[in-house]
Design a protein around this ligand. Structure first.
Ligand SMILES: [Zn+2]
Length: 287
């Protein structure tokens, strides 16, 4: 498939680009007892994450080194070794930007297609996409007021009761995906991606009452810790909707699929008890 690359704008052969990097779905599959399912159609088994003809080969490679560093220095140490402290450098800022940019690029197209977005909201998103694209292409070194954050959805200690009732540990740690959202009234705009409980957030613009503590990633050397993080933000509502969608998709499973899942668990009981999902289920029960 030949087309214009979304990042460098050259006419090139386009690759099927993953929106959430492919090591995430690979690890999700590897640590699952049964199959991976989509929330919009849970009866269908998923082989791979969401992907589109988006980038040329050069641009895919442009993202590679930051992706590998993130996988090896944050993703696996957090999920496998329960590490809580991560040293980073510019690569982390670049990585978050690259994931959010992919979401933003596709979502702008969707918002325009649906047609209900206000023009000034659209402007914020389009301007941000341009700044991020230039930064990713190394045409600029900073992104102005655009901020990157990471929130680790490890062990939630404090949250609303309704929030906890949605099984947040299982919902976030056993899924992946991302999208852009905005709140016109509060003039807050961001892209969020869930990488099995590690949430990447790029904030394009936010209300003065938004509060983010111990979550920001700077474009330089630093340390981020998966503890004592605190958010007071409209993003909470997005998290809530996300969990609801995941939980409701369970209800959409037909009886044949349900039987298959139960049978699989019974046949692989040992494996299930030692699995990541079982560990997260226990956390939801405790909280
Ligand atoms: Zn390109």
């Amino acid at each position: 498939m030949i087309g214009k690359c979304a990042l460098c704008y050259r006419e090139r052969e386009l690759q099927l680009s993953h929106i959430i990097p492919k090591f995430v779905i690979r690890y999700l599959k590897k640590t699952s007892v049964g199959n991976i399912r989509r929330t919009d159609n849970p009866n269908k088994v998923v082989q791979d994450g969401e992907k589109y003809y988006l980038l040329c080969k050069d641009c895919e490679e442009r993202f590679n080194s930051a992706e590998t560093l993130f996988a090896n220095k944050v993703f696996y140490p957090y999920l496998i070794d329960n590490k809580e402290e991560f040293k980073y450098d510019e690569w982390l800022y670049y990585f978050i930007t690259s994931v959010s940019w992919r979401n933003l690029y596709l979502d702008i197209t969707n918002f325009v297609k649906v047609g209900d977005i206000q023009i000034d909201d659209l402007h914020v998103l389009i301007d941000s996409e341009k700044i991020m694209r230039d930064y990713l292409m190394k045409k600029r070194n900073d992104m102005g007021n655009i901020k990157n954050h990471i929130f680790f959805f490890g062990d939630i200690r404090e949250a609303y009761k309704e929030f906890k009732q949605q099984n947040p540990h299982v919902a976030f740690s056993r899924s992946e995906g991302g999208h852009t959202f905005y709140n016109s009234k509060r003039k807050t705009y961001m892209s969020i991606s869930n990488l099995m409980g590690i949430i990447l957030i790029t904030i394009y613009k936010m209300h003065s009452e938004e509060y983010w503590e111990n979550t920001e990633i700077y474009n330089c050397r630093g340390i981020i810790r998966a503890k004592n993080q605190y958010i007071k933000s409209v993003v909470g509502q997005e998290f809530f909707e996300w969990m609801k969608e995941i939980n409701e998709s369970q209800l959409k499973l037909n009886s044949h699929q349900k039987e298959k899942i139960v049978k699989n668990i019974i046949e692989n009981k040992e494996e299930f008890i030692n699995s990541k999902i079982f560990e997260q289920m226990m956390k939801d029960r405790k909280s």
